[in-house]
Ligand binder design. Structure first.
Ligand code: CA
Length: 163
């Protein structure tokens, strides 16, 4: 059994030829990128980050961009719906405490627009009732703030793997 390695790079062009050789020499027999297949075409995964804390949003966008995602941002609930409708992202990372439209409502509206797009909630709301409502409303996962960057990337990628 060979080793599989998940490479979180934007494209194969970013990896030098020599590095592929090193991977093979180390027993790695395959790799994959954070890309998704749409209608037979593979493209880099686009994530819509919905967060009204601009400092946190910028930090998250940086982490996800480094992990190979194409990122786009919305700062309130209404903007989230507009961005979703115009951009059709592959996955949504959603805060709950948002201006104009609460994240719980955004989940329900997004589910009406797209039954299949994964929604991962990133929230400081720790109450069981909030988690249950989000999941029942259509969210696929729930990450608490504060969070680890590695876990955030891993969970988004895990959701995309299932789509
Ligand atoms: Ca918030």
């Amino acid at each position: 059994m060979g080793k599989w390695l998940i490479l979180l790079e934007t494209s194969s062009a970013k990896i030098e030829d020599g590095n592929w050789g090193k991977l093979l020499a180390n027993g790695v027999t395959g790799w994959r990128f954070p890309s998704v297949s749409q209608g037979g075409h593979v493209k880099n995964a686009t994530v819509l980050i919905v967060e009204d804390d601009l400092t946190l949003a910028a930090a998250v966008a940086g982490v996800l961009a480094d992990a190979g995602f194409v990122t786009t941002r919305a700062t309130d609930g209404q903007q989230a719906l507009q961005a979703f409708f115009s951009l059709r992202p592959d996955i949504v990372l959603l805060d709950l405490g948002l201006p104009l439209l609460d994240g719980q409502i955004v989940i329900e509206r997004l589910r009406d627009l797209s039954p299949a797009t994964p929604i991962v909630v990133l929230s400081a709301r720790a109450e069981l009732s909030e988690r249950v409502r989000a999941l029942q409303g259509g969210a696929d996962d729930f990450i608490f703030k504060p969070f680890s960057n590695e876990e955030l990337v891993a969970r988004l990628w895990a959701r995309l793997r299932n789509t």
